[in-house]
Design a protein around this ligand. Structure first.
Ligand SMILES: Cc1cc2nc3c(=O)[nH]c(=O)nc-3n(C[C@H](O)[C@H](O)[C@H](O)COP(=O)(O)OP(=O)(O)OC[C@H]3O[C@@H](n4cnc5c(N)ncnc54)[C@H](O)[C@@H]3O)c2cc1C
Length: 257
């Protein structure tokens, strides 16, 4: 089975993000493989282990995004491709999904495409469905379990009310949630192999996208949330009972109870 997993490089979730001159910055904080995408990579590898075939990790991003692709290779993906072109600077999800769909078509004969639930930075959570729409393939979001049947898949979707079972023909696009598996750590051999791997770069032109691209959604400005100030008051007393009574009086005075 020819499988693609789409991955994004994001700032570490522990990074402190600040706003400078209307733009988000995370300073020197490390960039990582989007944590949700580790589950997508793991599921792609598990599917290959069950059914055979090949897993290609695909990312659209700057040169540094190679590091995220190397982690996907170290975990066990067979190949990785970076889509990188100045045309994609300030791309919105419509442009990114168009580029990813074009990259998937260029790979040919793909049967399954995995996405993470969302990226931890932009967090729109729409790219899987948008890419499926571009490909004209079924989109199955929030997958928490997948089983394979002759030319079809059965997926348990994680929804608020419980789990919904859906069946789909292939090819299909699936976004996964973290309940689906436990991502493996890259092995020492995997890390060595990834460090030597060639990661080809595909330009916009090489995937059939040319001319100027203007995003439908633009980001004119970002601003930090208003800082809220709070006062802290300690209730003192000679005994626990006196403190409790003082606390109850204050809560009643503030109409909390
Ligand atoms: C410098 C910069 C400028 C930007 N300017 C704009 C702008 O002007 N207008 C605007 O609307 N957006 C802008 N964006 C956001 C950009 O459009 C999104 O980062 C991108 O479309 C992906 O959306 P998302 O991160 O919300 O993905 P989600 O939909 O939340 O991600 C879902 C899944 O899609 C996959 N995925 C996400 N991104 C990629 C990727 N790049 N390659 C491969 N797989 C991926 C992953 O599996 C991920 O788990 C900008 C981003 C950057 C870095």
């Amino acid at each position: 089975m020819n499988i693609v997993v789409c991955v994004k490089q994001t700032p570490d979730t522990a990074a402190t993000i600040s706003i400078e001159e209307g733009k988000a910055t995370w300073g020197d904080a490390p960039l990582v493989l989007n944590p949700w995408d580790e589950y997508a990579v793991e599921q792609a590898i598990l599917t290959r282990e069950e059914l055979g075939g090949k897993v290609t990790a695909l990312s659209l991003g700057p040169e540094e995004a190679r590091e995220a692709l190397k982690l996907a290779l170290a975990m066990g993906c067979d190949e990785a491709i970076l889509i990188n072109d100045p045309l994609f600077e300030s791309a919105d999800t419509l442009i990114v999904s168009r580029a990813l769909a074009a990259g998937i078509m260029k790979l040919g004969e793909v049967e399954l495409v995995f996405f993470g639930r969302a990226s931890v930075d932009s967090d729109s959570g729409v790219l899987g469905s948008q890419t499926a729409r571009r490909l004209g393939w079924p989109s199955i979001s929030w997958a928490a379990a997948i089983s394979h049947h002759e030319g079809a898949i059965e997926v348990e979707r994680m929804i608020d009310e419980g789990r919904q079972v859906v069946r789909s023909s292939l090819p299909a696009v699936i976004s996964v949630v973290k309940e689906i598996n436990e991502p493996r750590y890259p092995s020492f051999m995997g890390i060595r192999k990834a460090s030597k791997a060639e990661i080809p770069t595909w330009s916009a032109e090489s995937i059939g996208i040319d001319g100027s691209l203007s995003p439908a959604v633009t980001w004119p400005e970002m601003f930090a949330p208003q800082v809220k100030s709070a006062e802290c008051e300690f209730i003192a007393g000679q005994s626990a009972q006196e403190i409790a009574e003082g606390l109850a009086d204050r809560l009643i005075a503030e109409k909390v109870i």
